[in-house]
Design a protein around this ligand. Sequence first.
Ligand code: ADP
Length: 623
Amino acid sequence: MISIVGTCLGLVVAALGFGFSSAPGWRDHRLPAWSALMLSGYSATNSVGSMAGTSDALVSLCSRGSMIFITLFCACWVAYGALFLEGRSQVLDRTVLGLLGLVALLAPWPGILYTSEVLFFEVPWLKLIYRTLNPTLLGDAALGLLCLSLLLPLVRLGRAWWRGEADVGPVVLGMALNLPVGINDSLVVARVITMPLLTEVSLMTLVALFGVQMTRRFVANAKSLEELRVALEEKVSQRTAELTRMQAVLMRHEKLAAIGQLAAGVAHEINNPSAAVAANLRYLREELAGGRLPEDSGECIDESLASVQRISRIVRQLLDAGRAAAAPAPSGSHEVASAADAALATVRAANTRPITFTLNVPRGLYTLSSQDLLEQVLVNLLSNAIQAISPDRTDGEVRVEALRDGERVRIRVSDNGVGMSQDVQQRLFGPFFTTKALGMGTGLGLFVSLGLLRTVDGTIHVESTPGQGSTFTVELGWAPPPLAPPAPVALSKPQARPRLLLVDDERSVRESLRRTLQGRFEVTLASGPEEALRRVEEPGGFDVVLCDMTMPEGGGPAFHRELCARDATLARRTVFYTGGVTSTEARDFVARYPLPVLEKPFDLGAFLKLVDEVLPAGSSSGQ
Ligand code: ADP
């Protein structure tokens, strides 16, 4: 019965031991697992040998088998104990292992370790009968070696356990048990005492305690794994928080860098035309101070106006980049040819390179966009095309073509310039991406063009071969031609000059607008909402108000609220203009306001047209 239990226990612990030993850090469990397997073999041969009615031949076979299994069992533990020596001399352990190997080799051969005589041991009070082969002198020595061999791992493991180097307490206890058991069994075999043989029970105890030790180690590992997981999670959340903080810092830095880059680009683009304006004005002032009106004064003024327009275009371009998504939907049809003509004229005027321009755009082809938008996009594409052609080339060519394809219009701008690498093609629509020399490019042209085209459901893409040239294709919705060409703003002669209240907190803007408008209006100036409201309450009244949006004291929206309460008619005849809407309140106001809000610097014609709309017939501002 005990042998059957031993066989099963050995198999279970061996299976667990081999299973665990495949885990990292558990390799050393392989030797005790082998020992459990040997116990299983030992118990199995014992159970067969001790069965009632077993022949002497089978008893002899089983005794020899048991001897081999128990020898290998001890060898496993001696080898296991040697693992705890950690680099120290293992001569003794190796010698013992060699002797054990010899015993295992000699055990099968008759007459060496055992005679062929079968002995009987009886324990009457337990009704036990043992049958085993009679050991020779060498066999007795071998049994003694087996008993003593377990002292070696006992010492090795005991020392490691005592020093707290390894949790092997249960196994040490199991090995210590073998000593009294060995003495007991020796006395039984020598027929000094009549006791049951206890070796098998003691080996089972050792293997069972090894199972306990394995379970304890497993639980301890699981616990430390859990602690490690908690610590790791804490570390990960700390690192994530740190990463998020660093990301925010990085984004702030990137934003600052982007602003710096933008500012540098804008400064460059604006400084040039403003230098031209300043130089022209200085020249005119000096000449006028000397009582002369220079012959080229008209030229100076035209040049200055063109420069101012350029500045306003840059500012608008930047604003467009920011609010492209919120831009109003295109209104009506716009002819591609007129936008292409205007764009080509603009770039040709500035071009000094020997380039052949080819325009192949059919008249009467209309798109759903706005003239300004299309012109701006084409100017960007054409300027890039010109700059892509090296100045020393004489065969430079830039082509603009357009055609209708179903409900879409395709406009192609191509050049035979330097072309672009794949890397540049992938990045060129990003903000601030430029390959041009410092001060030559802002890297905003294509970014803004893309933003503008998106507002009118348009697309743009590029095909390019380095060294051969590039083709940009713009696609827009096709629109039918308008029923009648848009009539120019007709200004009729005034009956009497309408009274205009002009509200702006910036003196220079106020004064320049007064000079522009005083021919058509009786202009009264106000430097802010408060002063404007005082003027409204003065006798005489006004026909129309022209007011800036962004001012102190609540700006245009606050002024309009107050004006509605005091003079609702005049409030309806108020035209607003803005240099850029910055606050949410102002944006809401612009969206709700029934009249279009003009953009600075605004077109006089557009303003007069609005005035004509709001003033009753007969009090028109035009001429
Ligand atoms: P910028 O002209 O200020 O550099 P853009 O956004 O207009 O900014 O252009 C970005 C970059 O795309 C240019 O610097 C240039 O490298 C490349 N690019 C644009 N058009 C062309 C072209 N026709 N041929 C070669 N490269 C071009």
